[in-house]
Design a protein around this ligand. Structure first.
Ligand code: BES
Ligand code: MN
Ligand code: ZN
Length: 510
């Protein structure tokens, strides 16, 4: 998608559609201004368009001087935030995709007033617009061939229908704001495209996304954007003694991978951080087999790992002054004659032994090795892990919000604030030692399940054992927001939740 900034007035541009933001409290005046600009009467628009967050209303200009084919009113709600702007832009782009528009515009001539109204800077508003457009324009269509239609139409000889996609976004603005808008748009373009790449990885079905495919995706990104990627195969994992990852992989026909991504800025470095992501490319549950209903969603159980690639890629492209290490342990979780059994005991990279009470609590087994490795090998200033870890977290917080667990108040506050700004919200839950007794094992150092109560917390308490004495760790349970098929604002498929959150946290690191 090409993004350009135009200082010419919106009405002079040839576009499939031009959108205007409307704040709820300002609705009447804004609607009547736009109506007169495009030459239609405002009376009935006002009652149809409420300007609630992400409300969208299409109008057909009657004034020959207004060049765009359609004018679109985008509601921001009564108390807009940065995320209202993102959501409205996303709704516009989703409409553009549905209607097969090739070139759209967003009117940002009043961006300074809007930025002031929501207490944000102009560049961040422009960034949110571009992120939103990327988000709403996204569609996972790589595996659609149109062969059914083609075969029906002329003995299979007809060429496949050409894919129509959004090609260009124009942001119109006045001269004063132009450079800030351009700067924000550039950042939004990087973050938005990194998130779309991440969503592609997550939406790929498991036969297109094995542990090897995931490692290759990291290598491809590293090569394209100039950061280092190292991949360990099964033999190296055996030598290192990564018993957690190998235990989960035991039933699989596909070998595990363990990828290390490393972006190091050339200039000054603010901090060294490790981002660890769960890369279960398909979670059947293993011998503790899951029920078949909705099991297909478990292709997205590598969302945390995909977020790692997205975040490191964005950090490299934005040239952030942060040394970022990404770690992705990856495997599928399958039952077979060689699979691990409930009751088995694994020895992890740390030396800590685990009783595998349930083979479906596999994410924490592979993260155990990765967290210790991150701590010992790199001694980072902070470790953040992301994992679609527990159904219990979905019960607690639903789809809008990820669970946050941290031993560092400052890091927790940073992530909370980054969540609000990026629209990828997190809510902190406790890590009190009261929960430790639930994961005590009779035969090993720790057990991988904690019973019915507080499932998201006992999973976090389990992970905590593997960071040793590290003082700044945060665990994000993204099972709710990352997962597909929940519909709503995020539409079909994966949200790629985590990329915007991580980038915002890195940008505001102090
Ligand atoms: N990948 C799942 C968690 C999950 C569940 C993500 C639903 C998204 C939606 C994880 O590996 C898992 O199976 N967790 C178990 C743990 C239990 C066996 C202790 C769970 O949550 O049921
Ligand atoms: Mn599982
Ligand atoms: Zn899982």
């Amino acid at each position: 998608m090409k993004i350009s900034i135009s200082k010419a007035a919106t009405e002079t541009l040839s576009l499939d559609a031009a959108a205007f933001f409307v704040v709820g409290t300002d609705r009447e005046k804004a609607v009547s201004n736009i109506a007169s600009l495009i030459g239609v009467t405002a009376t009935s628009i006002g009652s149809d368009f409420k300007a609630k967050e992400a409300d969208l209303h299409l109008l057909y200009p009657q004034n020959g001087k207004f060049e765009p084919k359609r004018a679109v009113l985008l509601g921001l709600g009564e108390k807009p935030t940065l995320d209202s702007v993102r959501k409205a832009a996303s709704a516009f782009a989703a409409k553009a995709r549905e209607m097969k528009f090739g070139k759209i515009g967003v009117d940002l001539t009043a961006v300074e007033t809007l930025a002031k109204h929501i207490s944000e800077s102009v560049d961040y508003v422009a960034q949110a617009v571009v992120e939103g457009v990327w988000y709403g324009a996204y569609d996972y269509d790589q595996l659609k061939t149109n062969r059914i239609e083609a075969l029906k139409n002329s003995n299979g000889k007809k060429a496949d229908e050409k894919k129509v996609e959004l090609k260009e976004l124009v942001l119109t603005t006045d001269a004063d704001a132009a450079s800030d808008v351009a700067e924000g748009a550039k950042v939004g373009d990087i973050i938005g495209s990194a998130q779309s790449m991440t969503r592609d990885l997550i939406n790929s079905p498991s036969n297109y996304m094995t542990a090897t495919d995931l490692a290759n995706a990291a290598k491809a990104s590293g090569k394209k954007y100039g950061y280092k990627v190292t991949v360990f195969g099964k033999k190296q994992l055996e030598e290192l003694g990564m018993g957690g990852l190998l235990g989960v992989n035991a039933g699989s026909a596909n070998p595990p991978t363990f990828s290390i991504l490393e972006y190091k800025p050339t200039g000054k470095v603010k901090a060294k951080i490790a981002i660890v992501g769960k890369g279960v490319t398909f979670d059947t549950g293993g011998i503790s087999l899951k029920p078949s209903e909705n099991m297909g969603d478990m292709k997205a159980d590598m969302s945390g790992a995909a977020d790692v690639i997205g975040a490191v890629e964005a950090a490299a492209r934005l040239k952030l002054p942060m040394h970022v290490i990404g770690i992705m342990p990856a495997t599928d979780n399958k039952p077979s004659g060689t699979a691990q059994n409930p009751g088995d005991v694994l020895t992890t990279y740390s030396g800590i032994t685990i009783e595998v009470d349930n083979t479906d609590a596999e994410g924490r087994l592979i993260l155990a090795d990765a967290l210790t490795y991150a701590k010992e090998k790199f001694e980072p200033d902070a470790i953040i892990d992301l994992a679609t870890l527990t159904g219990a977290c979905v019960i607690a917080l639903g789809n809008p919000t990820a669970g946050l667990f941290s031993n560092d108040d400052k890091l927790a506050e940073l992530l909370f604030a980054a969540g609000l700004r990026s629209g990828e919200k997190v809510w902190r839950m406790p890590l009190w030692d009261d929960y430790d007794k639930q994961i005590k094992s009779d035969v090993a150092d720790v057990k991988n399940t904690g019973g019915r109560g507080a499932g998201a917390i006992t999973a976090a308490k389990f992970l905590e054992k593997f960071i040793g004495d590290h003082k700044s760790w945060a665990h994000l349970d993204i099972a709710g927001p990352a997962f597909p098929s929940m519909g709503g604002a995020q539409g079909k498929g994966s949200s790629g939740f985590g990329v915007r959150l991580l980038v915002e946290a890195m940008r505001r690191w102090n």
